[in-house]
Design a protein around this ligand. Structure first.
Ligand SMILES: CCCCCCCCCCCCCC(=O)SCCNC(=O)CCNC(=O)[C@H](O)C(C)(C)COP(=O)(O)OP(=O)(O)OC[C@H]1O[C@@H](n2cnc3c(N)ncnc32)[C@H](O)[C@@H]1OP(=O)(O)O
Length: 210
């Protein structure tokens, strides 16, 4: 088993995330690899592969899977999704977002959906848009929390096509806090065009729920 971050260099006093794992910084070999992985997935999704290329890629991926298998770690020691200053904090299944402004109860970011998140007709998949909102609304919901807040509901309105390969603006802000409940709203825009908006309820976990 490998300790998360041991190759990337954070010390024992490295700041811990809400789940008790260590945050990594984007400026590490791991962060660079995650960027490469995103780019790779976009290329796989965009390509028309011939059989020989598919077979070669399959063999390479099998070799990498084998190499990674002995490094499987428990959740607190994993690195995936814990790269603090990397787009989308290194969570590859959500589209990469780059925070421009992050307060205690709001977040403004840029995001680009690539070929990997295509639904059809150059529009992002609706599930990918919902996934982005879960991440984006989840951040201000968790920013000032003592314990992690989980999504109780997430309502998404798809107002217009969300284009891929275009830089979009996404925002989220806390509208109300009632005890453990945090209500958060969000918007996804392409310039003046409102592509989607969302409302989420996040509930701060009780100690026994963590
Ligand atoms: C990796 C790094 C980590 C760092 C994190 C960085 C951020 C990353 C961001 C990523 C973020 C990703 C996040 C994810 O993806 S989290 C993953 C997706 N979410 C889940 O899996 C959550 C599953 N559900 C639960 O665990 C429980 O239901 C929770 C914990 C949410 C509440 O169960 P609990 O037993 O504790 O609470 P309660 O039932 O006493 O209810 C309490 C109050 O809430 C009200 N209520 C409850 N449900 C609803 C509802 N559906 N609509 C309206 N109201 C609702 C309820 O009426 C009551 O109100 P009141 O009577 O008190 O007024």
């Amino acid at each position: 088993m490998t300790e998360a971050g041991s190759a990337a260099g954070p010390g024992a006093d490295e700041e811990r995330d809400l789940l008790g794992g260590r945050w990594l910084t984007g400026d590490t070999p791991y962060g660079a690899m995650i960027d490469r992985l995103r780019d790779f997935l976009d290329h796989v999704a965009a390509a028309k592969l011939d059989d020989a290329t598919a077979q070669a890629l399959d063999a390479d991926l099998a070799a990498w899977t084998q190499r990674l298998t002995p490094m499987v770690a428990d959740e607190a020691h994993r690195m995936f999704g814990r790269v603090r200053d990397a787009p989308g904090h290194g969570q590859v299944f959500a589209p990469a977002f780059i925070p421009d402004q992050m307060g205690d109860d709001s977040l403004h970011a840029r995001v680009t959906f690539g070929a990997f998140h295509l639904g059809a007709n150059y529009a992002a998949h609706g599930g990918a848009v919902a996934l982005l909102f879960d991440e984006i609304l989840g951040l201000p919901a968790n920013m000032s929390a003592q314990r992690m807040a989980r999504t109780a509901y997430l309502h998404v309105n798809y107002r217009a096509i969300t284009p891929i390969d275009k830089e979009l603006q996404v925002s989220a802000w806390v509208t109300k806090v009632e005890g453990r409940k945090r209500f958060v709203r969000g918007e996804l825009r392409y310039g003046d065009l409102l592509c989607a908006d969302a409302e989420g309820l996040f509930i701060e976990l009780l100690p026994h729920q963590q």
